[in-house]
Structures are given as structure tokens and as C-alpha cells.
Design a protein around this ligand. Structure first.
Ligand SMILES: [Zn+2]
Length: 368
């Protein structure tokens, strides 16, 4: 599970840390509905949590806060300066050829479809050229004509907050995420090598054989649209057959579970496939888990926030009052239990890529 891929979405990180505490204590939550122990989950799963998946972006958003409340009763308000910006979303990585900073990491885990198509066309053209000596195919570059062909919520412009990077996985954190999933999926005992190592070769050699299918669920948490999003974000189609039916079933159960963990019984979250429920986007982490690892129960949770953002933040959804954290954690705990339960079902169909068993593929194959 990951949180704070987007720096400003603080409640995701706070709820994840509190959930971790509850997992460690075997405690399900403060509400009646969430009273079932989470202890069972820790017996059934090895749970890997990255509570701050975008550390430099998060630090930058932290430095941008104003009037941090010593009492803890009021949320910090937004501000920005040279030191930081409370509403920063991307990481803080320099972008070659641009004065603008940062990559939207949740647009960077895989190629935008347009880039993949252009790369495939260029490859085909190059192959034709070398075969014939003089090919007529043209490998048209992408991006020059703006964002034609990209999903609407992904940009190739570095100054945009939804900038997906110059290339897939050129974000440091996205590469770490990719390696971490590989190690978890392979059942590696140690996950330490997932980080950026001084000797990249040694780190690569330490990665166990990829694709053992140990990654049974993946959940990325964001704020604050109040949604549970299943694959895919980059295309309108939903997974076919039993996989699609299982995801729709999970989505329905998640809504019920989150409602059940909400005082009054209605959180008002929407659930469904990402593309139509929120917006089309490419390079999304939960799509990567699904496509590259065949992890069926893979989704993105957008925490729900009360209208007005909890007060004190000028109605900003990313600045909930601290008091919001416990109830958000109740909802998250209910959701995690639900998705995990679905992942444990013996008859759960595994996702496949192009009809092929995922374990037979390699990560490189999947980048197209
Ligand atoms: Zn987000």
C-alpha cells in the first residue's frame, strides 16, 4: 500500500500511518463497524506500506504550510514561498530542458498510450528501414504537437501539475515503486534493495526472479475525490470476463464497507473503473500493478472529505482538520479489509495480460 504519491494529499499519509499502528496493535478502528480485528490480515498477508511515496514533494508541501496549529485543532493553511508550497503535488526532480520542477509520479508508471504507439511505430519503421535499406515508414515523434493522443489528465508539459515525465519511469520514486513491486511479487525476503542504489548493477542483480505472483493486492491512497478506482485509467474498457466482474464486485463491496465505517452510514464515495469514474490518465500506479503483475485487486482510493475540507482551509479538500484523520482511517481500514478479503478468495481470477499468464512475461515486455 502506498500513500502521499501526491505531496499535498496529506490525509492519505496520516491515515496510512494510523492504520499501520492499528495493524500493529491488531485493532480494527474506533467505530462499531470497524471493530473486527485487523490482526487476521497480518496473519494472512505480508503487508508492505510506503506511507510517504514522494518524500521530497511532501517535504516541500510541509514547508509551504502556514499557521500550523499548535493545538492540533485547526489545519494548517496554504501558503507558498521559495521554501515550499502547501499545495505542491509532484516530486521535486529537475526536468531536463525545463525550468519547471517535478514529475507527477502517478502519471509516470508506464508509457502514455500515445508514446507507446509512437515508439512502436518508430521501431517498426526502423526495422523496415534496415530490412529494405530504405524504408518509407516514418517514426513520428510524440509531444511536438502538444498533448494530442494523451489521456486528458496526463500532460507532456513540465510546468503542468499532471506532467507525466520525459519518459516512463524517469521519476526516481516511480522506479523505486516498480522495483518494490517486483521484489514483493517475487516473495523477496528483503526489500531493502528496492531503493536507488549506488551500484545499480549490484541492486539489479539482487532482484529475485520476477513474477512469482506474490503481489495479491495493491492499494494506492489519495485525496480527496471520495472514490475507489479500479483498472484502467488509460482506457475506457474494463477488464473482460471474470476479472472485470470481480472488480465490479469489489467496487460494490468497498462502497458498502466505507459507508459502514462512516457515522450516519453514508460516506458518499463512488466506485468504478478509473477512466470513466474520475478521468482518463496514463502511468497510474494501480494500473501498473494490475498490468505488470496481474494483481487483480489493484486500486486507487481517493479519501472522501467533508464539504468544506474540514474547516480552516478555505474549503480546500487537501487540508482537512486533524480531527478528520481518525474517521478517514476507520474508512480506510474497512476498505483494506474488504479488498484483502477479495484478494484471499480462492476462486479469485487473476488478471492476465493479452491473454498470457503474467508470470511468463518480463517487465520489459510489458512496457509497451
Ligand atoms: Zn492524488
Amino acid at each position: 500500500m502506498t500513500a502521499l504519491v501526491h505531496a499535498r494529499e496529506w490525509v492519505g499519509g496520516a491515515a496510512m500511518v494510523l492504520l499501520l499502528r492499528r495493524l500493529c496493535e491488531g485493532w480494527g478502528g474506533s467505530s462499531q463497524q470497524a471493530a473486527a480485528p485487523l490482526r487476521d490480515l497480518t496473519r494472512a498477508f505480508r503487508i508492505v506500506v510506503v506511507p510517504v511515496a514522494n518524500p521530497d514533494g511532501f517535504a516541500y508541501s510541509w514547508k509551504g504550510r502556514r499557521h500550523a496549529a499548535p493545538s492540533g485543532s485547526e489545519p494548517p493553511t496554504a501558503g507558498h514561498s521559495e521554501q515550499g508550497d502547501r499545495l505542491w503535488r509532484k516530486n521535486r526532480q529537475p526536468v531536463p530542458g525545463s525550468d519547471c520542477i517535478g514529475i507527477d509520479l502517478n502519471r509516470n508508471a508506464g508509457p502514455p498510450p500515445a508514446a507507446a504507439a509512437a515508439a512502436a511505430a518508430a521501431k517498426a519503421a526502423a526495422a523496415a528501414k534496415s530490412a529494405k535499406g530504405k524504408g518509407k515508414g516514418k517514426g513520428k515523434g510524440k509531444g511536438k504537437g502538444g498533448d494530442k493522443g494523451l489521456p486528458e489528465a496526463t500532460s507532456s508539459h513540465p510546468c503542468e501539475i499532471i506532467f507525466g515525465g520525459r519518459a516512463p519511469f524517469d521519476g526516481v520514486e516511480t522506479r523505486v515503486f516498480r522495483r518494490l513491486l517486483q521484489r514483493v511479487d517475487a516473495g523477496a525476503r528483503s526489500l531493502a534493495g528496492a531503493g536507488e542504489a549506488g551500484e545499480a548493477g549490484a541492486a539489479a542483480a539482487a532482484v529475485p526472479k520476477w513474477g512469482k505472483g506474490k503481489l495479491k493486492m495493491y492499494l494506492d491512497t489519495h485525496a480527496a475525490a471520495g472514490m475507489f478506482l479500479t483498472p484502467w485509467c488509460y482506457k475506457k474498457e474494463v477488464p473482460a470476463g471474470a476479472a472485470g466482474a470481480a472488480l465490479a464486485d469489489t467496487a460494490r463491496k468497498v462502497v458498502a464497507a466505507v459507508d459502514g465505517a462512516t457515522p450516519g452510514g453514508r460516506a458518499g464515495i463512488r466506485a468504478g473503473n478509473c477512466y470513466t469514474t474520475i478521468y482518463p490518465a496514463s502511468g497510474v500506479w494501480s494500473d501498473h500493478a494490475y498490468d505488470a503483475h496481474g494483481t487483480l485487486q489493484s486500486g486507487t482510493y481517493e479519501h472522501a472529505m467533508p464539504v468544506g475540507g474540514g474547516g480552516g482551509g478555505g474549503g480546500n479538500l487537501w487540508m482537512p482538520a486533524p480531527a478528520q484523520i481518525a474517521s478517514s482511517t476507520d474508512q480506510l481500514a474497512a476498505l483494506v479489509r474488504t479488498v484483502a478479503h477479495e484478494a484471499l478468495r480462492k476462486d479469485a481470477p487473476m488478471a492476465t495480460l493479452k491473454g498470457q499468464a503474467v508470470a511468463a512475461s518480463t517487465p520489459e515486455d510489458l512496457l509497451l
